[in-house]
Design a protein around this ligand. Structure first.
Ligand code: A3P
Length: 303
């Protein structure tokens, strides 16, 4: 069997401390948990498909005074290593990239709060978390499963909704990186104690300039109004979809098949309405109420 055939949909999910991770991520977790960041490093954490690439591009531009050429120096996962990633087919692993970079570094992770290497908290690193409402996040993850051939087959949407709701290890089938519900709650509960900047995808869509300025202040930067306007423009969905350094066309088969669904797909709030039947939405909402009843995270499912 060729490497390509083997890779296609060869995706085992392995539990690590109660969270299902892709096999290669789970096997590498010991090394990841031992990673010791510099206090100047910035961690950006998200559940997959919450708008990670968007926030990474905003931060890179903020740190480079809106210089679009500098921010085209490499594809986004090379500029900003993906901590737990070990797929070495197209880009080096996150840990290998980090070894070759001097702090301050920006680091991406999808790990839930309790799996973040302790060094980030011991060194009081800044952390930005972006959350997206469950229904849109689920729809985006469904399309990502279709096009990312290293993820398990999503099955039909109705089946995938069940997988998403059953994000826990002992509730098979489930999705990689575990429960969306536990993920968003984990960072929410720690945000004040750990000085985590907790952002929402919907807020970024509603008023990107306001959110870019919020991030700028968190990073102790002060950029001119013109530069901020440029960053807002450069990180619009339209521009990022055309930018080869952000649209993931640098990853193609056997990893990503953009013909099945482009990485930069729609970028909207409320797309879930085009996908859920009324019955599916009612079941999802009822389950959501149960799982989220003890926290009051102000998610919006439409603008
Ligand atoms: P959709 O699938 O709903 O279009 P991640 O980077 O965490 O994988 O998230 C990808 C999702 O964020 C995709 O959502 C993608 O289109 C959306 N996205 C990426 N850049 C964006 C931008 N500049 N503005 C709005 N949405 C963006």
């Amino acid at each position: 069997m060729s490497e390509n055939q083997e890779l296609k949909r060869h995706c085992l999910l392995v539990p690590v401390e109660g969270v299902l991770l892709k096999e290669h991520v789970a096997n590498n977790y010991k090394a990841v948990s031992a990673f010791c960041p510099d206090p100047s490093d910035l961690l950006i954490a998200t559940y997959p498909k919450a708008g990670t690439t968007w926030i990474l591009e905003i931060v890179d531009l903020l740190l480079h005074n809106g210089d679009s050429e500098t921010c085209k120096r490499a594809p986004i996962p090379v500029r900003i290593p993906f901590l737990e990633n070990t797929t070495r087919l197209a880009i080096p692993s996150g840990l290998d990239l980090l070894k070759a970079m001097d702090p301050p570094r920006v680091i991406k992770t999808h790990l839930p709060f309790h799996l973040i290497p302790k060094g980030f908290w011991e060194n009081k690193c800044k952390v930005i978390y972006v959350a997206r409402n469950a229904k849109d996040n689920m729809v985006s993850y469904f399309y990502f499963h279709k096009m990312n051939l290293t993820h398990p087959e999503p099955g039909p949407l109705g089946v995938f909704i069940q997988k998403f709701m059953n994000g826990q290890v002992n509730a098979v089938p489930a999705v990689p990186w575990g429960s969306w519900y536990d993920h968003v709650k984990g960072y929410w509960e720690e945000r004040e104690k750990r000085n985590i900047l907790y952002l929402f995808y919907e807020d970024m869509k509603e008023n990107p300039r306001r959110e870019v300025e919020r991030i700028m202040r968190y990073l102790d930067l002060s950029l001119s109004d013109d530069v901020i306007s440029r960053i807002v423009e450069l990180t619009s969905f339209k521009i990022m979809k055309e930018n080869p350094m952000t649209n993931y066309t640098f990853l193609s088969k056997p990893l990503f098949d953009h013909s099945l669904s482009p990485f930069m797909r729609k970028g909207e709030v409320g797309d879930w309405k085009n996908h859920f039947t009324p019955e599916q939405a009612a079941e999802f909402d009822e389950d959501y109420e149960k799982k989220m009843k003890h926290v009051n995270i102000p998610f919006r499912t439409q603008l």
